[in-house]
Design a protein around this ligand. Sequence first.
Ligand code: UDX
Length: 456
Amino acid sequence: MTLRISVIGTGYLGATHAACMAEMGYEVIGLDIDKTKLDALAAGILPFHEPGLPELLRKHVASGRLRFTDSYAEVAAGADIHFITVGTPQRADSQSADMSYVDGAVDSLLEHINGDALIVGKSTVPVGTARRLSEKIAQGAKAGSSIALAWNPEFLREGFAVQDTLRPDRLVYGLDNGRGLELLREVYAPVLALDTPEVVTDLETSELVKVAANAFLATKISFINAFAEVTETVGGDIKVLADAIGYDKRIGRRFLNAGVGFGGGCLPKDIRALQARVSELGLSQTMGFLAEVDQINLRRRDRVVSLASHMLGNELADKQVSVLGVTFKPNSDDVRDSPALDIAVRLYNEGAEVSVYDPEGNANAAGRFPRLNYVDSYTEAAKNADLVLVLTEWDEFRELQPADLASVVSQRKLIDGRNVLDRPEWREQGWSITGPGEYFELGNMAPATTAIPVQS
Ligand code: UDX
């Protein structure tokens, strides 16, 4: 019999998971409380940018294998395995994760499930959550119904979400007394057939694997950015340094690109939530280094704003500034905690006229900061610019040539925030160009310390 699967929460993770489960041949129902989102998905329209996903969504809405609802009763009756993929955003009042959506999903499932079922958490949660939910389920399940809980963290990257779901680096299952293993293996049979490593462990380890992976990646980025602060002061080439240490297989070259730092919906909130959680556990010093990781990351933004000001004679007011790239990384329309958007807004707040062009991110950025001037091409953005900043490394910007902008700008000045341009070449064409990791005399710039933002 075809496996019947529900996916609770159809955001980034859930919409991807639902479409990929349908692609694996299952009967899938996606649930969300947002009716507008459901209507769009049911019409085969994806409310965010993710390469390859719209095609998969349309294919399986059309095949009838993938449908959407806002009814828990329908989900409980129509599926035997329920994946929880709701968000765990940073709380507005602290650095902890907001667990209300996860708890709400479990409560609603408990209210409606009558027979046997497996609930599989995929959301990123503070360690101890699954154990707590397991107890809640044991107490709240209806008489005669047997409900098991497993945790199955997700490691997908935006921009590669489909590929990372269908061909992940590994599968991790956190189990409660071994329950649910057979069903999980059945669900993931097509992935396991690709020789994907499988890690079978307990609930706590599975929760920690996810935050440990993200904390490690964030640390790696801040590590190289800390060295960028050194080369900015003493000289040296941060890219060569990264290449040279990256040849050591124990270190590896990936995630050692110095730039404007990390952002997005995961890394920043996950390192903050991990610190908050271990503090609750009485281990206030254990993850203290992550506060440094966060600060190094946020200082990247200060540096770019200071560089911009310096390059414009310490006066940003009324200067025309062009920001190319506003998403937190390329191939995404996500501007959550985006260093690029933050820098654009700070330049605006200092009085600059800021024109923004991003291949996919303009609409989301305009939703948050409507006062920037959003335009449809990099030439339009760079028109009469006193300074151009490349802040997200879309291919379109990596391929920029000095001549592409020379005739439209007012001054040939550029900050290569992601270290992707051939600076000697630009200099030869008369540009003043610099970027993260490069020695640049800033005078008596006070080292800035930035307060960690609370999520909006
Ligand atoms: C991340 C994890 O990679 C993924 O496994 C997890 O499931 C979710 O969080 P994602 O948020 O899509 O994925 O972004 P990622 O590709 O990890 O990049 C995060 C940020 O780091 C981006 O802002 C990116 O520009 C920045 N970055 C990445 C660097 O500044 N330097 C690097 O060398 C690599």
